[in-house]
Write a protein that binds this ligand. Structure first.
Ligand code: KDG
Ligand code: MG
Length: 396
């Protein structure tokens, strides 16, 4: 079998997605997700201009070899744009391999370790009561794990609480740790009192705290028994996790901004986190993520792959195939997609009573309606940015 074409589909059914379609001379084709929120066209250009020509004629069965050819054979390596492009190719190749074998990808990865995958959903609100109301609705719908975020008084558009944050020019959010560190423990106290302790709770700090601030928050939250606290420190501050981990029993998660296993390695090998949550679409796909999962398993760390709505259902399926196959799966972040997305992407993880189920369709199990995709052309959209009260740039 030979690769005959690589096509890039950019579609915006509510938000932008980039899909790689790899075609072969056997008629079998595969889809992969290459969406990098806010930088979609940079990835599309890398794929079309630089990677497609060097893939034509290659045997799609040799995923490991193709992965290495693109990662190190082309000299320039790493970074979110190139690793997202590589992820799209990698997922499409796994899709082809599954379709050729007549087997779902999880079967090619070693078979099922579980019958269903625990997932969590996002809950956010402008005040504690709104968060509670929304949490209760999700619990009624069957969710057993929730990520909760709340607007911080005095800070415009707090992360995780703005519905439509993909704007034509970056929305500017205000940030100050002081009110944040006061509000979040109060939120968890309130939520635990209102909804009890039957549901797993998670919170995402989005890489914004210093080490002393992170220690303060993690310690204060210990009594509310979180499943994990996510992304407390900047991705560059891996050394900071050493101090943090030694000072708190709140489980820690990190990884969505990493682009290679070597970025995750210091946190894994010294057991400085409890959950590794890389994004399969930004870390080079299934091939790299299964290696990270194996590394994490070696050091008793579980997975919680990144699964927001800004990567497509193809990426969510890639997450799920790995979740089903590996022994050290922890939990899966899950987004319910609107009907426009389902018009374009046929197939995706199915939610039932707090868990995700997987189909046994060959490959990843997603077809793209390319005519429907063309009905939703690309819309320029940026991620927000954050600034401190004095107007200086802060991590968003
Ligand atoms: O594009 C940025 C989002 O993917 C990110 O903000 C979502 O942090 C996130 C999460 O945990 O889902
Ligand atoms: Mg996050």
């Amino acid at each position: 079998m030979k690769i005959t074409n690589l096509k890039v589909i950019v579609t915006s059914p509510g938000r932008n997605y980039v899909v790689v379609k790899i075609e072969t001379d056997s008629g079998i084709y595969g889809y992969g997700d290459a969406t990098l929120n806010g930088r979609e066209l940079a990835v599309a250009e890398a794929l079309e201009e630089y990677l497609a020509p060097i893939l034509i004629g290659r045997n799609p069965d040799n995923i490991e070899d193709i992965w290495n050819y693109i990662y190190k054979g082309t000299y320039w390596r790493g970074g979110p744009v190139l690793m997202t492009a590589l992820a799209g190719i990698d997922m499409a190749l796994w899709d082809i391999k599954g379709k050729k074998a007549g087997l779902p990808v999880y079967s090619l990865l070693g078979g099922k370790s579980r019958e269903k995958a625990l997932c969590y959903s996002h809950v956010s609100g402008n005040d504690f009561e709104e968060v509670k109301e929304k949490a209760l609705k999700k619990i009624e719908a069957g969710y057993k794990a929730l990520r909760i975020q709340v607007a911080i008084p005095g800070l415009d558009g707090t992360y995780g609480t703005v519905e439509d944050d993909a704007l034509e020019l970056p929305f500017v959010e205000k940030w100050d740790s002081k009110p944040y560190l006061k509000t979040i423990p109060e939120l968890f106290k309130y939520i635990r009192a209102e909804i009890g302790d039957g549901v797993h709770l998670i919170h995402d700090s989005h890489e914004r705290l210093t080490v002393p601030e992170a220690i303060k928050l993690a310690r204060k939250l210990e009594k509310y028994d979180l499943l994990f606290l996510e992304d407390l420190l900047k991705p560059e501050n891996r050394e900071g996790f050493r101090q943090l981990k030694s000072q708190t029993s709140t489980p820690l998660a990190m990884g969505e901004l990493f682009n290679t296993r070597w970025e995750a390695l210091p946190l894994i090998k010294d057991q400085l986190i409890d959950y590794i949550r890389c994004d399969l679409s930004h870390i080079g796909g299934i091939t790299e993520a299964k290696k990270i999962a194996a590394l994490a398993e070696t050091f008793h760390i579980k997975t919680a792959w990144h699964g927001p709505a800004d990567i497509s259902p193809v990426a969510h399926l890639a997450n799920l195939h790995l979740d089903f196959a590996i022994a050290n799966f922890g939990i899966q972040e899950f987004a319910q997609f609107p009907k426009e997305v389902k018009e374009v992407f046929k197939g995706g993880p199915e939610f039932e009573d707090g868990y995700l189920k997987i189909s046994d369709k060959p490959g990843l199990g997603c077809e793209i309606d390319e005519e429907a995709a063309a009905e939703y052309p690309y819309q320029k959209a940026y991620l927000p940015v954050a600034e401190a009260l004095d107007g200086s740039v802060h991590e968003w």
